[in-house]
Design a protein around this ligand. Structure first.
Ligand code: NAD
Ligand code: GLY
Length: 347
């Protein structure tokens, strides 16, 4: 399945299906023929898929170099970014060459940021290997590293030149990492697509390709409407405002997907409290069926304070994304002073 993404910065194709990796060379031939390829991956992906990308590139006559980072969020920092930039410079990667990010969202965000600043911007191909990276981070051009003060505080918008989502990579994912990605797919159902939501109720295994491709198309529509995240793109943060707060309060012990699941439930409950909708039971039901722990070990004021420190806050208000019905959401700005009492009624 091919999803075309057209933004003011760049147009590109996202190929999503089982076996999509066989489209890597045709994609490179289209957008980066003759380029040298700087592969960035993590040690876990590298050890599971040993030599897979390298042999595909080598057989097609592409020259490549490879940089392997330690797996996990802790690597998404300026030090690893600069180590990769220095590596590319020492290997003589030029402006006409291409970064290939092979891994989850950490590799994609870091590799994407590096591609955006190396020699003021070189080509980028994303080959996501987690469900989350397939349906979210590899599409839309957000790249970043974390700073000591918080997640994703330094980054850029740099659209890839092509994305290859081979759903077969999900077969080797640990259960909890796969479930993290499911939270994002369920999110798309709640905010944009009641049909996707209905199909997800019977589990994702029987409809993985459909769920991935549909999620990508939904994200594409949002990104095309607001590439630089100045308005409509905010709806993708459904569950994330409270989710990020919970992640931060747990010192990142609670994974991103689990935190987003808890955040989606809190947002649904907030929508109920505000008389916007009555979806809490439905949303709780689907999240429980995917095995998410929906308990929130933090109090209303802790969550409110952590949510107010989110980088997406504007002034004294924070923009909540609340479900109006399954498949439709609204943006609801709320003052800091009102957030705590709203959360007291939800937690
Ligand atoms: P991740 O990249 O850390 O991957 C999770 C774990 O799975 C890692 O240990 C990794 O080595 C392993 N892994 C990856 N692919 C595998 C495979 N096929 N088989 C077995 N193990 C595999 O985490 P993630 O959940 O993919 O991404 C999270 C990151 O994405 C965060 O940094 C987040 O900020 C970022 N993100 C970015 C955007 C965006 O728009 N740019 C959107 C959402 C999330
Ligand atoms: N993951 C949120 C966005 O891409 O805007």
């Amino acid at each position: 399945m091919i999803t075309e993404v057209k933004t003011p910065s760049r147009s590109y194709e996202v190929i999503s299906k089982s076996g999509a990796l066989c489209s890597l060379i045709p994609t490179l031939d289209k957008v980066a023929r003759g380029s040298r390829i700087a592969i960035i991956t993590d040690d876990k992906v590298d050890s599971i898929y040993k030599g897979r990308i390298e042999s595909i590139l080598g057989d097609a006559g592409y020259r490549f170099v490879k940089f392997v980072i330690k797996n996990g969020e802790a690597s998404k920092n300026p030090e690893t970014l600069f180590a990769f930039l220095e590596f590319m410079a020492s290997e003589g990667i030029t402006r006409s060459d291409c970064v290939l990010a092979f891994g989850g969202g950490v590799v994609g965000d870091l590799g994407g940021f590096a591609a955006s600043v190396y020699q003021r911007g070189i080509k980028l191909i994303q080959v996501p290997t987690t469900l989350l990276a397939m349906v979210d981070s590899s599409v839309g051009g957000k790249t970043a590293v974390d700073l000591k003060a918080g997640k994703n505080l330094a980054g850029s918008f740099w659209q890839p030149f092509g994305v290859i989502c081979d759903t077969d990579f999900t077969k080797t994912l640990p259960k909890d990492v796969f479930r993290d990605g499911c939270a994002e797919v369920i999110k798309y159902g709640v905010i944009l697509d009641a049909t996707l939501f209905e199909r997800l109720k019977s589990g994702i295994d029987g409809c993985l390709e459909y769920a991935v491709t549909r999620s990508i198309a939904l994200k594409r529509d949002v990104v095309e409407a607001d590439e630089k995240d100045t308005g409509a793109r905010a709806i993708l943060n459904f569950g994330h405002t409270f989710g990020h707060a919970i992640e931060k309060l747990s010192r990142f012990e609670v994974s991103h997907g689990s935190a987003v699941a808890k955040g989606m439930l809190i947002a649904s409950s907030a929508a109920g409290q505000l008389g916007i909708s009555d979806l809490t039971d439905q949303i709780r039901g689907i999240l429980l069926s995917y095995g998410f722990d929906l308990s929130c070990p933090y109090g209303a004021s802790e969550v409110a304070i952590a949510a107010m420190s989110d980088k997406k806050r504007s002034g004294e208000a924070i923009n909540l994304i609340l479900p109006e019905k399954i498949g439709k959401c609204v943006q609801y700005p709320i003052k800091a002073s009102e957030l705590c009492s709203l959360l007291e009624a939800c937690l």
